[in-house]
Design a binder for this molecule. Sequence first.
Ligand SMILES: *[C@@H]1O[C@H](CO)[C@@H](O)[C@H](O)[C@H]1NC(C)=O
Ligand SMILES: *[C@@H]1O[C@H](CO)[C@@H](O)[C@H](O)[C@H]1NC(C)=O
Ligand SMILES: *[C@@H]1O[C@H](CO)[C@@H](O)[C@H](O)[C@H]1NC(C)=O
Length: 240
Amino acid sequence: MLLHGNFPVLIFALTLLGQVHTGKVFGGHEAVPHSRPYMALMEVTNDNHSKQCDGFLLNEDFVMTAAHCQAKSYKILLGVHNFFKQTDVQTLTAGQAFPHEKYNATTFQNDIMLLKLTSKAKFTTSVKPIALADKDDITLPTSCLVSGWGQTNRENNLNSYVLMEVNVTLIHNKISNENNVYCSEGDHGPGGGDSGGPLVCSDGKAYGVVSAGKQSRPYVYKYTKIPDNREWIDNIMKYN
Ligand SMILES: *[C@@H]1O[C@H](CO)[C@@H](O)[C@H](O)[C@H]1NC(C)=O
Ligand SMILES: *[C@@H]1O[C@H](CO)[C@@H](O)[C@H](O)[C@H]1NC(C)=O
Ligand SMILES: *[C@@H]1O[C@H](CO)[C@@H](O)[C@H](O)[C@H]1NC(C)=O
């Protein structure tokens, strides 16, 4: 079932300069509840305006998301499957945000951000971290999956209140080469509100962060490469 995107925590794609901030899963199916215990549902707020992003848990202190989700405050929900049936959900906030220093809001290059939680996440059966792809995991992974609470239909701006997931196949193309991102193509993929979620590949590691996309056919979805940013990530987590 779907919700109107203006519901406080469930907001949808923002269109900016011909790119859509992805945040929804198109053509996917409902995830088995709590099968992706690293997923974080986030409400990010600037002044009086909130929008939805996704994120994923790296350890008890850090959540990773997209730099275009940067805001003044972050409400981070861990252990959610159905937004309306929250049991044992951990509601946390971020104290410090570390957007990539070279994030470019026009091109969406380096669209990656780390959030340090103000209190530690507690690991449970429905809250667990995900491992990141290593610096040398550079071969193009083929079978990957994206999950999120974002928009499920291009015809409206409704987000999903249950966690959805969709399989995607990565491609090589001009956009991905120029922007140093992974890309997938086709009608199925992340949508508005899935921003900041992980691209998880067959070895179970996170390889990418859901970034922006091209919103006309053929649809292209971009994911910030995690292997390229491992040093940046490891340094922030080590020194903060
Ligand atoms: C936010 O809402 C408050 C109270 O309604 C209002 O006074 C303030 O001007 C608003 N701020 C912005 C930036 O819209
Ligand atoms: C972002 O990228 C555009 C296009 O390559 C470039 O013109 C602009 O200077 C960049 N902005 C920043 C802040 O680096
Ligand atoms: C979807 O992707 C996941 C992660 O790579 C993989 O384990 C699974 O087998 C894929 N499912 C299908 C139907 O391709």
